[in-house]
Design a protein around this ligand. Structure first.
Ligand SMILES: [Zn+2]
Length: 318
């Protein structure tokens, strides 16, 4: 899988409903289980110390999940199909309850993509992003936005059709910006959201409003949340965040001050820190700062600014 191009989504196969039915029973197909809230079934592997070392998407048998909607995700590097069954929330099966439980079976358990996605391979993670994004879309939009009629799943999960007015509906994403804001001395500005646990800090983020560009959204969000003025920004990365349907656009941004005085809005943001790299390290090592999940682009933004091994730094906190 190319990092730039992502996995082969093979959109032609979505159009062939008979082939998608056949592929579910094909022994080479990887069948995975997802829910609309971002859970999935994974196999967990531990290192010698009992720490969770890595995760792989757990394959369902052809008989499992047969009663739930099936979606065609794409193709793995060897060309085999990847399909997903959308389970109801909180009903992922976990390990089977048979006496002759296989070693693989005992490794199987439900996980949250948000919490544990960083332990998956790039291909597994992308399959999970796609599966969860489609599942969340189907769950939230069962009715036609034009005429209100109940819609029906089509094209292996990539379209919903309306029998009432013949409209076709496609998966939606809401763009949001997220930015690692830096001052004139290359210190990072991190904010604490009122709804977060004490000690959790992250980069500034917010939804793009109607009629607004990405750049304008960055300037507006930073002004609203910190009362600081962004003078420059550049694109860094983007990431699907299907909880339920965001596309996060990550920017580096700067204020034109060596000693800025951010002012939290007091509603959404209740505290703001301006930290040098050494101060950031001290804060993390003292246990006084909880960082975003490693699978998130906000982690990547902080890692990008930090320039040292952020995973290693966090691993020293215990
Ligand atoms: Zn309709």
């Amino acid at each position: 899988m190319s990092e730039l191009w992502g996995m082969n989504r093979d959109p032609e196969t979505r159009l062939d409903s008979e082939e998608c039915v056949r592929l579910w029973d094909d022994p080479t197909t990887l069948r995975i289980a997802v829910t609309s809230r971002g859970s999935l079934l994974a196999l967990q592997f531990h290192d010698d110390c009992g720490q969770s070392e890595s995760l792989r998407l757990a394959p369902l048998s052809a008989d499992e999940g047969r009663e739930y909607p099936h979606m065609f995700i794409g193709r793995s590097d060897d060309g085999s199909a990847i399909m997903a069954a959308v389970y109801p929330d909180d009903e992922l099966p976990g390990s089977t309850d048979t006496a002759e439980k296989s070693a693989e079976d005992s490794r199987r358990r439900p996980i949250g993509l948000r919490e544990f996605g960083h332990l998956l391979s790039a291909q597994d993670c992308q399959s999970a992003w796609i599966g969860v994004a489609l599942a969340a879309w189907h769950n939230r939009e069962p009715f036609c936005s034009r005429c209100g009629h109940a819609t029906e799943l089509a094209q292996a999960g990539w379209v919903r059709t309306c029998p009432g007015c013949s409209a076709l509906h496609f998966p939606r994403t809401d763009p949001a910006v997220i930015t690692a804001l830096r001052d004139g001395r290359d210190r990072i500005i991190l904010a604490h959201n009122a709804s977060w646990p004490e000690g959790r800090y992250s980069t500034i983020a917010g939804f793009v409003e109607a009629g607004e560009s990405l750049q304008q959204a960055v300037v507006r969000e930073v002004k609203e949340e910190t009362n600081l003025d962004v003078v420059r920004m550049e694109f860094m990365d983007s990431q699907p965040w299907p909880f339920p349907r965001c596309l996060m656009v990550a920017m580096r941004s700067w204020v034109d001050e060596d000693d800025p005085h951010p002012l939290p809005d007091g509603k959404e943001i209740t505290d703001i820190l301006v930290l040098s790299r050494d101060e950031f390290e001290d804060k993390v090592l003292s246990g006084g700062m909880l960082l975003p999940a490693p699978v998130s682009v906000s982690w990547n933004l902080i890692h990008d600014w930090y320039g040292r091994d952020l995973s290693l730094l966090v691993s020293k906190v215990s």
